[in-house]
Design a protein around this ligand. Structure first.
Ligand code: UD2
Length: 309
């Protein structure tokens, strides 16, 4: 699938996932990145910064968002507060960014006749689910202000799609990992922390017994899902799980890492993290059937790339 010759905006385009979307599209399209560099980084744009227009702005800044979106045909809305703990510490700030900022993006799209918006949502909206793998029709049960704000964002997508004819597609990301994921916060993705610690010879800390499971999906597959969502006619107005459909426990993942690294690692078991979900796995049937999505990067391949960059 090739998207070419389009005027495209990526909010959060200097972030982990947004920068991969921006980079992938930048060779054949006119890409604008809107990012306030709070969690995003200029170094994520290395190698393609000269091919894009960069706007250093917060998505809460209505004027900047309107200006950035003017003339665009397609918007990938990845910009958000992504730190769950920050959303718990300051729920109003989280809502202003994740809901207010999303409304700025949607209003800018309405004003400037953007054709389609792809919205980055999260598996966090499900909370703890009884049924696994989880399908999109599962009742949401957000457990944090962050999760609630993503669910609200999804509903705004639906309203803009139904009331204003803006084409919207929502992708619920599961545990995304890959190059450029920031490893240096206690709330960074576990794979970014573990692979960095193995590379630098540091022990791994597991919160709980390590038997919790996650559906880890490579950022490369997530980019691909975004491209498919941008092109699919049948996907409009719909919401899709984006994972792999498989899950592993942290203990299993550590065994894979040790095998790939060819050495044993010191693992410290600490108390479980408050609010952790126990198990998570996506049912990706809908994304497969409607978008033609098919994850291509195995966990082994993805981990290898991070262990031996
Ligand atoms: C992921 C998403 C989050 C939200 C949530 C929905 C990431 C980074 N976060 O959170 O945005 O969508 O899913 O449920 O993708 N762990 C350790 N040691 C460490 C770090 C983590 O044991 O050093 C554990 C952690 O307690 C959890 C598991 O590893 O049980 C995965 O943690 P995570 O922070 O990578 O992702 P998660 O699932 O909490």
């Amino acid at each position: 699938m090739k998207i070419s010759g389009k005027d495209i905006v990526v909010t959060g385009g200097a972030g982990f996932i947004g920068s991969w979307i921006a980079e992938t599209l930048s060779s054949e399209n006119k890409v604008t990145v809107i990012d306030n560099l709070h969690t995003g980084k200029m170094k994520n744009l290395k190698g393609f910064a000269d091919r894009i227009r960069f706007i250093n702005a917060d998505i809460r800044d209505r004027e900047a968002v309107f200006e950035g979106v003017k003339g665009a045909e397609l918007v990938f809305h990845q910009g958000a507060n992504v730190i769950i703990q920050a959303s718990i510490d300051d729920p109003k700030m989280n809502s202003e960014i994740n809901v207010g900022g999303t409304l700025n993006v949607l209003e800018a799209c309405r004003k400037h006749d953007v054709k389609r918006v792809i919205f980055a949502s999260s598996s966090a909206i499900y909370g703890n689910t009884e049924k696994l793998p989880v399908t999109e029709d599962q009742d949401p049960s957000p457990l944090s202000p962050y999760a609630l704000s993503k669910l609200e964002g999804e509903k705004w997508m639906k309203i803009y799609s139904e009331k204003y004819g803006l084409e919207t597609v929502t992708l619920r990301y599961f545990n995304v990992y890959g190059p450029r994921q920031y490893p240096d916060s206690p709330y960074s993705g576990v794979i970014s922390i573990f692979t960095k610690n193995i590379r630098t010879g540091k022990p791994l800390t597991v919160f709980g017994d390590g038997e919790q499971t996650r559906d880890f999906v490579s950022v490369r597959d997530v980019v691909n899902a975004n491209l498919l969502a941008a092109e699919s006619r049948k996907g409009v107005g719909k919401t899709f799980n984006i994972g792999t459909g498989k899950s592993v426990s942290l203990n299993e993942m550590i065994s894979i890492l040790e095998k790939l690294a060819g050495k044993k690692t010191k693992v410290v078991y600490d108390k479980p993290r408050h609010g952790d979900v126990r198990h998570s796995r996506a049912d990706i049937t809908l994304a497969k059937d409607v978008l033609g999505y098919s994850p291509a990067v195995s966990l082994e391949e993805g981990l290898k790339e991070l262990l031996f960059p």
